[in-house]
Every structure is written in structure tokens, then in C-alpha cells.
Write a protein that binds this ligand. Structure first.
Ligand SMILES: [Fe+2]
Ligand SMILES: [Fe+2]
Length: 194
């Protein structure tokens, strides 16, 4: 099946570009994404591919992330410059689009949106975001609650709870908030979820 060939090709690229721990996280996220997509009756193959690919640029060093982001004309704000790691999501999508022209825009968007998110998250974007946060290797206070809520609340509510956790963590650790995070959060709560 075509999806399987693409999955294998992406896995091969990740094996050449990621540390073993990041690779383990990527494959675990792919499995988690399949489970979440299945629960919400979404395309599991697409979720598996996006989950696998999401951290394509995660192990690129900070200076190189900025250089590559500039090279590919990505918008870079002051917070991106202070925390270049944030660029790995959007840059990962750019690299994947070059390496795998057959990869769908839906998958590329899910990769690009897995860190800061987007004011217009698709179901696939939300699946990957939550899978990234809840795969079995993740350890943080509240992760068990999030895992338990998969399938128990609507997907957008699940994403709201996951994103709320991310925003709270940024504030608790006194780090700067990416301006897009504010837009995403405002969009998330506009739906009157709490
Ligand atoms: Fe990531
Ligand atoms: Fe990740």
C-alpha cells in the first residue's frame, strides 16, 4: 500500500536524522495517533504517518534551525529567536515537503502545528498534538488524566485540555509565550469549552 511505502521512507529518513530517544518518541507517537484516530473514527493511516513524521526537525541544533528557517522564508518572531526549538515544527513540515513531495498538505499541516498549534486546528492536527503529549514515554503531572480522557470527551475538548496544560506549563516555568499561542488559546476557548 502506498501509505506503507511512504511510512517506511519517512522512518528511514528519521533514522538518519534523529537520536534514538527521539526516534522512539516518534514511533510511539505514531502508535498513539493511530489509537486516538481510531477512537474518534478518523483516518488511522494518515494519523500514523503524521505522528511518525512530526519531529523530523527536532534534533537540528538551534542556530541551524534559525538558519534553515530563514533560508525557507519562515516567519521568525523574537520568541522563535530566543527559543529556536519552537521552529522545529514548521521547519519539519518544510523539510518533509521537499523530501516527500507526495506527502499530503494535511499531514504537513499537522507536523507544522504540533508545537504552537493553529487557530484552525483540523481533527488530524489535534490527534497529532494529543498523541505527541500522551504517548507512553511522556511523564508529567496530569498526563494520566489526559490519557484517560481520550475517547471520553470530544476531540476538540481533548485538545483544549492538552493545550491548556501546555500553556499553564509555560507560565509555571516562567517562559515567554509565543504570540501565536495567545491566538490559538483564544480560539480554543472561544468555543466555550472549559
Ligand atoms: Fe516536537
Ligand atoms: Fe514530539
Amino acid at each position: 500500500m502506498k501509505t506503507d511505502i511512504l511510512y517506511s521512507s519517512v522512518l528511514n529518513t528519521l533514522q538518519q536524522n534523529l537520536s534514538q530517544s527521539a526516534l522512539n518518541h516518534s514511533t510511539a507517537t505514531a502508535i498513539a495517533a493511530v489509537e486516538i484516530a481510531t477512537v474518534y473514527e478518523l483516518d488511522a493511516d494518515e494519523a500514523r504517518l503524521a505522528g511518525l513524521a512530526h519531529d523530523r526537525a527536532r534534533d537540528i541544533d538551534p542556530q541551524k534551525l534559525i538558519e534553515l528557517a530563514e533560508e525557507h522564508d519562515l516567519t521568525i518572531c523574537s520568541v522563535d529567536r530566543e527559543v529556536p526549538y519552537l521552529l522545529h515544527a514548521r521547519l519539519g513540515a518544510v523539510l518533509l515537503s521537499r523530501e516527500f513531495p507526495e506527502m499530503s498538505q494535511r499531514v504537513l499541516d499537522a507536523v507544522a502545528r504540533h508545537t504552537v498549534g493553529s487557530a484552525e486546528m483540523t481533527d488530524l492536527d489535534m490527534v497529532v498534538y494529543v498523541a505527541d503529549m500522551t504517548e507512553p514515554g511522556r511523564v508529567f503531572t496530569g498526563v494520566e488524566d489526559l490519557r484517560a480522557e481520550i475517547g471520553q470527551v470530544p476531540l476538540d475538548e481533548l485538545f483544549c485540555r492538552a493545550y491548556r496544560h501546555s500553556v499553564a506549563h509555560i507560565v509555571a516555568t516562567r517562559r515567554r509565550i509565543h504570540p501565536d499561542t495567545v491566538s490559538v488559546w483564544n480560539s480554543v476557548v472561544a468555543g466555550d469549552r472549559s
